[in-house]
Design a protein around this ligand. Structure first.
Ligand code: PLP
Length: 408
């Protein structure tokens, strides 16, 4: 008997039992502050350094380049604001894309109010950027390029190795040497970690953000990798924690959980990605086979192994979501609720999806625990819901269907 079907793993994931068991002693037994000098404090401090090494080992950097934060959101804020203000004597130009997470986009919008210039790169209908557009956008005043490794809504993977090469070449050509005037490369890898291999050195990444709760770790803990020599200011002021760069008493259990979660995610990455991608492709095929008038969002090939995002013509994602919820199937829409009014997803709009169609989007994100049986139930229920909603939709006319018949 299936109680509910959880297909919203891009929103968050449950904590793995192995991770939880490593975390538990840090609530009740090893509860000392890792900054304390006595034995219990030293034990806590050792656990923090062990977690730091685990993160560094996965990402191919030195442990001293890993800084723990409260979330992926904080890591993104710190990377972008930290680089912007520490390098504003060199330039005020930042390049990002139109499809970043709001924890990047809203920081950039705020920086524009504070005197920085931001170029938002366009994407194509798959949500992919164009490397030539990136090259052309770089100018003498550019100090930072922030491009995500994987899109959280439509699953498109970005060519971060190629992006890193473009930036490294631009630095070389302009004879920009660290730290006098280097364009830094930041990537938001919150959705990519655990799904694709990222080595910061190989990809010329200067800063990388990640979050524990997307990889079966706890909520409220993330990390920012800052390569040695990168000029980055502070976001949070206070004590001397994290080598005097990020103040605040360490979230001990969270950090230990993040360390274990990323180690496990990497150890099982290839197998999990392969297995999950099989289920992803099955779900895509089943939706296409059983439900007419749909559009798969995101790149078909360069795609997160767990992401299935569709637009359903003639109906709204919110309506579908409510019905799915009542049946115990948990997924999400591509649209965000902004100040009481439903705004279409900025990602889909940037991809050129018409607004009314963008409102009809649903995202399913699978996990290693997702079964074929769950996917069959999901498609069967979804088919019924779509039929029911279309039957009462004023947009579902014979003429509108005829217009679409060539496309779908
Ligand atoms: N970046 C991306 C791509 C995300 O998907 C998310 C969360 O959904 C974040 C950043 C923010 O991470 P956190 O929830 O840890 O603040």
């Amino acid at each position: 008997m299936i109680k509910h079907i959880y297909l919203d793993n891009a929103a968050t994931t449950p904590v793995d039992e192995v991770v939880l068991n490593e975390m538990l002693p840090f609530f009740t037994d090893v509860y000392a502050n890792p900054a304390s000098q006595y034995y219990l404090g030293r034990q806590a401090s050792e656990a923090v350094e062990n977690a730091r090494k685990r993160v560094a080992d996965v990402l191919g950097c030195a442990p001293t380049e890993v800084y723990f934060t409260s979330s992926g959101t904080e890591a993104n804020n710190w990377a972008i604001r930290g680089v912007a203000f520490a390098n504003k004597d060199k330039g005020n130009h930042i390049i990002t894309t139109k499809v970043e997470h709001h924890s990047v986009l809203n920081v950039c919008k705020q920086l524009q109010k504070e005197g920085f210039e931001v170029t938002y790169l366009d994407v194509d209908s798959d949500g992919q950027i164009c490397l030539k557009q990136l090259k052309d956008a770089i100018k003498d005043t550019t100090i930072l390029v922030s491009i995500m490794a994987a899109n959280n809504e439509v699953g498109t993977l970005y060519p971060i190795k190629e992006i890193g090469k473009v930036i490294a070449k631009a630095n070389k050509d302009a004879k920009r040497s660290e730290p006098s005037h280097k364009i830094y490369f930041h990537t938001d890898a919150v959705q990519a970690i655990g799904a694709v291999k990222i080595c910061v050195k190989e990809c010329h990444i200067d800063l990388l953000s990640l979050s524990a709760h997307k990889i079966n770790g706890p909520k409220g803990c993330g990390a920012l990798v800052v390569r040695n020599g990168v000029r980055v200011g502070k976001l949070i002021y206070g004590g001397a924690q994290e080598r005097n760069k990020r103040a605040g008493t360490h979230n001990m259990a969270g950090i230990v959980g993040l360390g274990k979660a990323i180690e496990l995610a990497e150890a099982n990455r290839e197998k999990n990605a392969k297995d999950i991608a099989k289920n992803r492709d099955y779900l895509i095929q089943q939706i296409r086979q059983h439900i007419p008038y749909t559009r798969l969002n995101g790149c078909a090939k360069e795609r997160l192994p767990n992401n299935v995002s569709f637009c359903f013509y003639f109906i709204e994602g919110e309506g579908m979501l409510i019905h799915m919820d009542l049946l115990g199937i948990y997924c999400s829409t591509g649209s965000a609720c902004a100040s009481g009014s439903l705004a279409a997803s900025h990602v889909l709009v940037a991809m050129g999806v018409p607004i009314e169609l963008a409102h009809g989007s649903i995202r399913f994100t699978l996990s290693k625990k997702t079964t074929k049986e769950e996917l069959d139930i999901t498609v069967e229920k979804l088919k019924g819901i779509v039929e029911k909603l279309r039957a009462i939709s004023p947009l579902y006319t014979k003429e509108a269907r005829a217009r679409l018949n060539d496309k779908c």
